[in-house]
Design a protein around this ligand. Sequence first.
Ligand SMILES: Nc1ncnc2c1ncn2[C@@H]1O[C@H](COP(=O)(O)OP(=O)(O)OP(=O)(O)O)[C@@H](O)[C@H]1O
Ligand SMILES: [Mg+2]
Length: 470
Amino acid sequence: MMLEEGSMPRALLVDDDPISLAALAELIEHEGFAATTAKTLGEGHKHLADASADVVLTDLVLPDGSGLELVDAEAGSVPVVLITGHASVETAVEALRRGAADYLTKPVDLARLKAILANVTRTRDLRAEIGSLRGALRKLGHFGPLVGASAAMGAVYDLIARVAPTDATVCIVGESGTGKEMVAQAVHELSRRRKGAFVPVNCGAVSPTLIESLLFGHEKGSFTGAERTHRGVFEQATGGTLFLDEVTEMPIELQVKLLRVLETGLVTRVGGEAASPIDVRVVAASNRVPEHAVQDGRLRQDLWYRLNVFPIALPPLRERSGDVALLAEHFLAELNRTEGTAKRWSGDALATLQRYAWPGNVRELKNVVCRAYILAGGEIGVGDLPADVAGAAAAAVPAVAERVRAVEPAALGTTLTVRVGSSVAAVEQRLIMATLTACSGNKQKAADILGVSLKTIYNRLNSYRENRAA
Ligand SMILES: Nc1ncnc2c1ncn2[C@@H]1O[C@H](COP(=O)(O)OP(=O)(O)OP(=O)(O)O)[C@@H](O)[C@H]1O
Ligand SMILES: [Mg+2]
């Protein structure tokens, strides 16, 4: 019979104090790990060169250097947990930024140590899963729900794969419509928190008076109108991920409170007494350059420092060479699938899409695909694209629909500006097209919203097509 050698996970402990070292080794062996010890950075490096480990726990201050050096050398292959003597947020943030799996403060909290060690095994499994996802799916030009095979997106996939299994705070910066929310969701889906909730909050869209209670919750009777106790998003996202979107738009007074919650790991409801611990992974996003917001005094530097532990910069669509066609095919295939059709791109139309600069990024492309899909018969031609996308080629085509560009999010509630002097028919056409786009091409839904029959929608679309062909 063969003994299953090596099935026990291995930990390397590095500390120059023999008493802490022995105590830690005992704790770790009790958790089912085989522990090896080293007293210096040099010994630690040597051990890792000779034999591998599943986790490294290292003291920050060592006789021959800093434990951070082990983080730099090993964090890509082995999770490194840093142990610091003083509870210094700066050091912890620095360690996470450089790729440490986690950090512990002395004296070591047994519950936290246990949680970290339990995660080591789970993280090992997750990493294996992500590795295969990366290999298999990237060949097909996507990573999870994210479509794109460009080098620029490849770099983003690598960052997501690295950070997702950890609990590190992620900050996503990119122009509007580049897919920040999708990336945030991918980070959540590939983390051990995926069974928990993904809770998005748009910090710019909530009134300053309500956002505090939205974030932290409130107790019944804490202000006029607070008729019952309300759980804030930090509580709702317990065990999951909190997505703080447009974080530079948060009122400055609230940024102080948010920072305190992130630093202490405790949240207190508005009007409440007791603070409760939070168990939330934070992902923040902004479509402005956060450093500018810091300079302008709209974003607190300390909060920015705390959020920007692991930055991911999403490239604009115009810098993702080759992805426009891939995305256009993807969005068309989605529409064909839901509508049961088999529309296809003409070579000219695809080439036209690839020449355009896409100031509204992937969202703009998605809207353009949706509009073209609605307008086209079997094959989508250049004539089905809006004038500014089609450029000079389409400028001669006098169809009203083509003058309407959907740069803004095609969401219900989007505003259309109507020029006095337009014909009722032209305005009607724009409204129908915008509503259809907002409904992702679902004609029945658009008809219901517009209060007309489905037949009317079909008739109008036919006449738009005929007008264009004429
Ligand atoms: N790589 C991608 N693959 C497939 N769909 C994508 C991709 N990137 C973005 N999308 C789609 O484009 C739209 C915009 O994406 P998302 O909402 O994530 O952008 P955003 O960066 O958060 O924009 P904003 O700054 O305006 O909030 C969504 O419908 C999303 O599904
Ligand atoms: Mg967004």
